[in-house]
Design a binder for this molecule. Structure first.
Ligand code: HEM
Length: 149
C-alpha cells in the first residue's frame, strides 16, 4: 500500500493522516477555527478584558494557537509551549472557562465537520478542566514546600 503523507508538516505523518481522515480536519479548518474563535473571545464582555490585559499583539498569539490546535487535534507536534504557567495566575474562575467553552463549542460546530467538531470540543473540555485545576492550585498555594513544623 502506498503511504501518502498528509499535506501538513507533522512529526508523526501517519498518525496525522489517520486523524485527518477520521475527523475531516486540516490545518486550514483549524486556522479558521482559531481566528473566528478569538474574534468572539475578544468581543465577549467577560473574556475580552482578561485577554486585552495580557495580549496587545494578536498576530503571534493567533499563530501560536494555530500550532497548538494542530498539535492537539492532529498530533503534528508543531506546538512547543507551556499552557499551564500561562494560565495559572490569570484572574479567572470556572465561569470564565465555562464561557470560553461555550464560545469554542459554538465556533467549532460552525466551522468543523461534525466528527472534527466533536474531536476538538472533547479535547478543549479536558484541557479547560486541567487549566482550571492549575488556577485553583495556584490560588491555594499548592506546590509550595510543605511546612514540617
Ligand atoms: C478562562 C479561559 C481562558 C483564558 C481567560 C485564557 C487566557 C489566555 C491568555 C491571556 C493567554 C496569553 C498568555 C500570555 O502570553 O501571557 C493564553 C495563552 C494560551 N491559552 Fe488560554 N485562556 C483560557 C482558556 C484556555 C483553554 C481552555 C485552552 C486550551 C484548550 C487555552 C490554551 C492556551 C494556549 C495553548 C496558550 C499559549 C500558551 C503559551 O504557549 O505561551 N486557553 N490564554
Amino acid at each position: 500500500m502506498t503511504f501518502n503523507p498528509p499535506p501538513v508538516a507533522s512529526a508523526r505523518p501517519a498518525i496525522t493522516a489517520a486523524l485527518m481522515e477520521e475527523t475531516g480536519l486540516d490545518e486550514a479548518i483549524l486556522r479558521t477555527l482559531v481566528h473566528r474563535f478569538y474574534d468572539r473571545v475578544r468581543a465577549d464582555e467577560v473574556l475580552g478584558p482578561v485577554f486585552a490585559a495580557r495580549i496587545t499583539d494578536w498576530g503571534p498569539h493567533l499563530e501560536r494557537m494555530v500550532t497548538f490546535w494542530s498539535s492537539v487535534a492532529l498530533m503534528t507536534g508543531r506546538y512547543h509551549g507551556a499552557p499551564m504557567p500561562a494560565h495559572a495566575t490569570l484572574p479567572v474562575n470556572w465561569a470564565h472557562f465555562d464561557r470560553w467553552l461555550d464560545l469554542f463549542r459554538q465556533t467549532a460546530t460552525e466551522i468543523c465537520p461534525p466528527a472534527g467538531a466533536a474531536h476538538v470540543i472533547e479535547r478543549a473540555e479536558r484541557i479547560a478542566r486541567s487549566l482550571h485545576m492549575a488556577v485553583e492550585d495556584t490560588a491555594r498555594g499548592a506546590g509550595m514546600t510543605p511546612s514540617l513544623r
